[in-house]
Ligand binder design. Structure first.
Ligand code: SF4
Length: 364
């Protein structure tokens, strides 16, 4: 009996020793990777003309490591950085900050999928100029052209050897199973790849000045603003990073910055009152299937070039690699130019549920 107890104790001691050893090695490796924090650098500013620095991108869409400034821990005061989607809500947040209705932002970041409709880019240029007048730099960064990446992956499937660096841009297209006719939807990864990771990369590398794999500071140093409105509170998230705190000024989270929370229609009213005659479009890629019938109609009637591009893209995605069925942009799984674009309201007397948009991180 005593012998078996002794053996058990010995075994436990051996296990503890081994765990300690592993932990010590891990700590050592992590320390080596992180390195010391060197001297602070100031937050990168926009160009003298107020124009943002050009988007950084290699021909393959990968980010260039050499252009990253040396690592640093800028300061411990939280900086306020807005994820700008150039749609209604995030435009309202930026412009309210410019006018002093909301606290002043330190910068805004627009993650560009390079496939937004022309009216969104026109709005972005207006916002960049307006923000620059108030000393708020708007930075534009990209992980590549989402439509080109999609095209490349399609070509790679057809002529694998002829196309290099093709990658699969996973957009939530509608699918119809060839055998059963069942309609489904593909998994969405585009938001993560083309928006979330681009913004995170900007914050870590350019604002915090961290090197690749370097540990982020444990202190709260960035207030990350989002343009989600009070009708979208289901999209509110708590940041999982210690250095970052998510702020939703339109929802009054974490603290009230406005007299009352603002819904999308409140933002539309505010923008119409303060910027009469100016249109603030809904931001979403041209190849995005998350559009209401009225939004498709708007694209068709007001943006013929963007509509033509969407129709062409819809035609090209019909047979994607690895799919058993066919893929479509429209939920009816009809070619876009033949689909019924009457609103749900028109057809069933129901409200459309497609009001959400890419507020810097697609919430659609
Ligand atoms: S707008 Fe649509 S296609 Fe574009 S990144 Fe967001 S979910 Fe993907």
């Amino acid at each position: 009996m005593n012998d078996s107890l002794d053996n058990g104790k010995k075994r436990n001691a051996r296990k503890e020793k081994a765990t300690e050893k592993v932990l010590a090695t891990k700590k050592k490796t992590a320390k080596k990777k992180a390195g010391p924090y060197p001297a602070p650098v100031p937050i990168p500013a926009a160009g003298a003309s107020g124009e943002p620095p050009p988007a950084r991108q290699t021909p393959t869409g990968a980010r260039e490591e050499e252009q990253v400034p040396p690592s640093s821990l800028p300061h411990l005061l939280p900086l306020s950085i807005l994820s700008l989607g150039a749609g209604v809500q995030s435009s309202a947040v930026l412009l309210m900050s410019c006018r002093g209705i909301l606290p002043r932002l330190d910068a805004a970041i627009f993650a560009d999928t390079q496939d937004e409709p022309a009216e969104v880019y026109e709005n972005l240029q207006f916002l960049i100029a307006e923000a620059a007048r108030h000393g708020i730099p708007v930075h534009v960064r990209t992980a590549g052209n989402i439509a080109n990446d999609l095209q490349r992956s399609r070509l790679r499937q057809e002529e694998y050897s002829k196309v290099e660096n093709g990658r699969w841009a996973s957009i939530p297209f509608y699918t119809r199973d060839a055998a059963t006719g069942h309609i489904g939807m593909l998994k969405r990864q585009c938001t993560k790849e083309y928006k979330i990771e681009v913004v995170l990369h900007f914050l870590r590398r350019e604002i915090l000045g961290l090197r690749r794999y370097q540990h982020a500071p444990k202190e709260h140093c960035i207030d990350h603003w989002y343009g989600m409105s009070a009708d979208e509170t289901n999209r509110v998230r708590i940041s999982r990073h210690k250095w970052e705190s998510n702020v939703y000024p339109l929802c009054g989270l974490p603290t009230d910055m406005l007299p009352k929370p603002m819904a999308r229609w409140d933002c539309e009213d505010w923008l119409a009152e303060h910027y009469p005659g100016r249109k603030f479009p809904r931001s979403a890629c041209r190849v995005c299937p998350y559009r209401s019938p009225s939004e498709w109609r708007h694209l068709k009637e007001n943006c013929p070039d963007d509509w033509a591009k969407a129709v062409e893209m819809d035609r090209q995605i019909r047979q994607l690699g690895g799919m058993r069925g066919q893929t479509y942009l429209h939920p009816s799984c009809q070619p876009l130019d033949q689909a019924d674009l009457r609103d749900l309201d028109d057809r069933r007397g129901q409200l459309s549920l497609f009001r959400l948009e890419c507020s810097g991180v697609c919430g659609v």
